[in-house]
Design a binder for this molecule. Structure first.
Ligand code: MG
Ligand code: ZN
Length: 223
């Protein structure tokens, strides 16, 4: 087990949803992308509510891919280090960013954490954004793919009510397929809702618990 690094954010882009901050973040995100490409790093931003299964999905990906790539994980949370500690058990470097009052990661936080992971020689970074389906949509981090994770336990209207984040994402994961029969949720309808929000989005149905859909996800991430 590698101990996660924990960063508490006390300054940075102190962010309200204001035009200036969003523009500043976008500029930094573009620079991040240049840094990622310069170092041949592939970076993925996983967004979604608390409990949707972001960490579990990343755990399955780390298990499947850690023999092939040097993986690092950046986990955002307002106050805990639970996610990075879970990832640490797989022996990959992880950085927990505690955002305090901020309910999303921003590009500057990710740049600082990336510098630390580059020193560990990583060539893939999975970012777990702060659990929240709203403002992460407005704060790109420079990642090559943005992935939104929802679970069937969030109910049947979830996607229709949070369309913006689906518009911002390249890939949608509908997780906890194993729970669908108990929740009375029709997965086909969730897939349709995602495509209705964003006709270009690719939708993968998974169960992080059983491993179903993880290989399909790996192909969709081009890994
Ligand atoms: Mg988590
Ligand atoms: Zn926020």
């Amino acid at each position: 087990m590698v101990k996660p690094v924990i960063i508490k954010v006390d300054e940075g882009l102190d962010i309200e949803l204001e035009e200036d901050f969003i523009k500043a973040n976008e500029r930094i995100a573009l620079l991040n992308r240049k840094i990622f490409d310069k170092y041949n790093l592939k970076v993925f931003d996983f967004m979604g509510s608390i409990g949707s299964g972001k960490t579990s999905i990343i755990e399955r990906l780390v298990e499947a891919l850690k023999g092939k790539y040097k993986i690092g994980v950046i986990a955002g949370d307002t106050s805990t280090s639970i996610d990075a500690e879970r990832i640490s058990k797989y022996g990959v470097p992880s950085i927990q960013i505690n955002t305090g009052r901020e309910c999303h990661l921003d590009a500057l936080m990710v740049r600082r954490a990336t510098k630390k992971l580059l020193k560990k020689g990583v060539n893939i970074i999975f970012i777990e954004n702060v659990g929240n389906l709203i403002c992460p949509a407005d704060f790109p981090l420079g990642a090559h793919k943005r992935v939104v994770v929802v679970s069937v336990t969030e109910g049947e209207y979830m996607i229709r009510k949070k369309q913006d984040i689906f518009r911002a994402a390249d890939l949608a994961i509908i997780n906890k397929k194993d729970m669908a029969p108990y929740m009375g949720v029709n997965i086909e309808n969730l897939v349709k809702d995602a495509i209705e929000a964003n006709s270009k989005i690719k939708v993968i149905v998974t169960s992080a618990k059983t491993g179903e859909g993880i290989n399909e996800l790996i192909s969709a991430l081009e890994l």
